[in-house]
Design a protein around this ligand. Structure first.
Ligand code: ARG
Length: 464
């Protein structure tokens, strides 16, 4: 790529070194912004014509030229001129080819600094909405899966040690709520993406009588930035988005990790269907959980982009610095990654998992995860909880040494431990009852879970 020395101004005598030109250029990745660049230029042109900075006739010509470029681009016929450094120059050069000298007026009262900020915001605003739709779809599938698994029991863990049994629906719904916050968070970020830097100029505003409110309105921004230096130097919204994207990935990655564990021989809670699992090239017996593993793995790069952007920004004096060109590749990649992971996880949940209910039933019955319920049994009958807790600790110890579970103790043995125990202790410690009894607000009790699902569905039907 050779750089036309005329790109900037006559003060340059020599062309850029070709390697430096390539190093400097962003065209290889910022073409992603072209439709938004055109939208920004259309609004800018209309404003220039409305304020009389260019004539109505010139405005028409520019608009026609921009439209032509859009058509060329959509038809795959937009050829990037050889020395275009970035999408902004590429469009302006093509416009000048199409419209002659009038094309050279497009950049009046504007700089690439406010232009690139405008394009990035328009692009991100659109992408955020696409991601929010994917989040909703993911939630929808979680809801469906939860609804059909209210009374499926699964061991619940703390410290990855069996703690208390849960309704599988309750476990899955935890992700519904996490993702609900993701959806809200993106909506909040969007408010700060939606501010117009157009008209901030290079850094200080412009001598022309522009109307920034008009361009903001045309581009459906909520308002223009109130300070031109802030407008061209602000990338907070990119950082905020990358942070929200990272949190989405945390959620997906945690679920992915659980699915990987659940599908292992050791847990055996779930089998992956053929549509979502892969084989090994050497071990014919294997079914690998590549989808959740990839989601877990890709999480790292989204975190990396957040960290990268924070570091790019931390030492920048106001206002624009070329370092800001580094905002795009990470942003684009984070968007692509979050979208693909959301799509893959949604498919995995929808048609990739078969919960093994026999194994789950067995799992919740073969441990001491009902021990708290024995303590609660005593506490509900007046024994102070700490005393009850210590007593049950002893019982568990004796059971372990004699190879028994709590359900295997005879009524006599129970009564020896404490005279309050009666025949209803057996019912109180069945896994079904243990789950069912946790009917406190937000708990795993089946009634609670049914209410939780009904509320989610109701809210959902209003939103979607
Ligand atoms: N390609 C540049 C970017 O992405 C556009 C802005 C260039 N501005 C400048 N003053 N060199 O940031």
């Amino acid at each position: 790529m050779t750089q036309d020395k005329q790109t900037w101004s006559q003060r340059f005598e020599k062309a850029l070194h070709p390697t430096i030109a390539r190093f400097n250029a962003s065209i290889s990745f910022d073409m992603e912004l072209i439709e938004h660049d055109l939208n920004g230029s259309v609004a800018h042109t209309k404003m220039l014509a409305k304020t009389g900075i260019i004539s109505a006739d010139e405005g028409e010509k520019l608009l026609m030229g921009l439209e032509k470029i859009r058509q060329e681009y959509r038809a795959g016929k937009f050829h990037i001129v050889e020395d275009a450094e970035d999408v902004h120059f590429a469009v302006e050069k093509r416009l000048t080819e199409l419209t002659g000298d009038v094309g050279k007026k497009l950049h009046t009262a504007r700089s690439r600094n406010d232009q690139v900020g405008t394009d990035t915001r328009l692009y991100l605003r659109e992408q955020i909405e696409k991601i929010r739709i994917l989040l909703r779809r993911f939630q929808e599938v979680i809801l469906e899966l939860a609804e059909s698994n209210i009374e499926t029991l699964i061991p619940g863990y703390t410290h990855l040690q069996r703690a208390q049994p849960l309704s599988l629906a309750h476990h899955l719904l935890a992700y519904f709520h996490k993702v609900e916050r993701d959806w809200e968070r993106l909506g909040d970020v969007s408010r700060r993406v939606n501010i117009s830097p157009l008209g901030c100029g290079a850094l200080a505003g412009t001598t022309f009588p522009i109307d920034r409110y008009y361009t903001a309105e045309l581009l459906e921004f909520e308002k223009p930035y109130a300070n031109s230096l802030d407008g061209v130097s602000d990338r907070d919204f990119v950082i905020e988005f990358l942070c929200a994207a990272s949190i989405i990935m945390v959620h997906l990655s945690r679920l992915a990790e659980e699915i990987i564990l659940w599908s292992s021989e050791e847990f055996g809670f779930v089998t992956l269907t053929d549509v979502c699992s892969t084989g090994s090239s050497i071990m014919p017996q294997k079914k690998n959980p590549d989808v959740p593993e990839l989601v877990r793995g890709k999480t790292g790069r989204v975190f990396g982009h957040l960290q990268g952007m924070l570091v790019v920004m931390k030492g920048l004096p106001l206002a624009y610095n070329k370092d800001l060109q580094e905002d795009k590749e990470g942003l684009f990649d984070a968007i692509k990654t979050v979208k693909s992971c959301l799509e893959a996880m949604t498919i995995l949940l929808h048609e990739g998992l078969e919960f093994k209910s026999d194994r789950l039933t067995e799992a919740v019955a073969e441990d001491f995860s009902n021990a708290t319920d024995v303590a609660d049994y005593l506490a509900a009958r007046g024994v102070p909880f700490r005393e009850a807790y210590n007593l049950v600790g002893k019982v568990v110890k004796t059971c372990i040494s004699s190879g028994k579970l709590l359900k295997d103790l005879t009524l006599e043995e129970w009564k020896e431990l404490h005279p309050i125990f009666a025949g209803d202790i057996y019912q109180a410690i069945t896994p079904y009852q243990v789950v069912s009894a946790r009917n406190s607000y937000g708990g795993t009790g089946f009634e609670q879970v049914r209410t939780e699902i009904a509320i989610a569905k109701n809210k959902f039907s209003c939103l979607v």
